[in-house]
Design a protein around this ligand. Sequence first.
Ligand code: ZN
Ligand code: ZN
Length: 334
Amino acid sequence: MTPTTAPLLSPAEIATRAASETPYLRFAATAFAFRDRGQRLRQLAAGHPMRDYLMFAASLAEAQQAVLQAPRHVTLPEAAFLGDAAHRGEPPLAFPHWPLHDEWLQDLHALLDALAPNAPAGVANVITQVRSLSGPDLRLQAERLLRQMPVGLDLAMAPLVGAALQVYWTRLVDRTQKAFPDLAFGRVDHARHCPCCGSTPVASVTRIGATEAGARYLHCSLCHTEWHWVRIQCSHCETSQDVTYQSLESITAADGPAYTPPAGAVRAECCGACGHYLKIMDMSRDAHVDPVADDLASVTLDLLVSETGLQRHGVNYLLLWGDDAPEEPLAGPP
Ligand SMILES: [Zn+2]
Ligand SMILES: [Zn+2]
């Protein structure tokens, strides 16, 4: 046998090479982003203990898709504004550096109009409450949500307000990217925040596909953008030490699973170093996982992981928890 003389790559070199070939950013497919989420929510709702809420979430996602595709004027940033943010290493469309334009209110009222005809009584009451608020009061609710501060935030209205903000920012990022494809978005200094809008992730997704197979992305809780994140690394403190995984199947076995995705499709990535966790969805286990929908349907995982003392840092506008300590940011389980 002739020994090979081909140079071998070290594991670190393989990881670096793989990362360099993986697209850093994945932008929302605006033609079906919320539609797919709605379909996944309906699939998860069947037989689920939270069926009614998941069905409401599905209706909301479908309304978001319709509103996202409605004709709308949106104020876009100037090239100089984008260049300045890039120079500072900051996400250009982060609130409040990018102000909340009143255009988002059109999305909110369009969402309410789409939901109202078939809304169950509880949702109809909340829709009435939202409609009764003035523009400035709605803006206050939106700003509290964007700042992730629960003081004065109406938790019943928050899913509707958050849904409108998601539509507004998803469209804003999409149009900005198309208007300035080489300038708009890139890497930022604080990698755990969305490079487009500066928000925190809702969860992460391990993807399938030709150029992305096995690559892990964080999914923005606000604008739908995904950005690459190496595997087995805490997305809160960025350490790779003391990272472990908890899955719903293993920790709910004693009580009987409330929701049973394929084994390993939804796990919690737990960090012993900083005490936080973020869920990770694996498309190779279930090609239809959705970060928001599967996060919502696996709330049992949050409850059980939080019992170990870990704190959630993923933000889901459909899963905001009240908190006894109002200074604490939203996102932690009770
Ligand atoms: Zn974002
Ligand atoms: Zn950590």
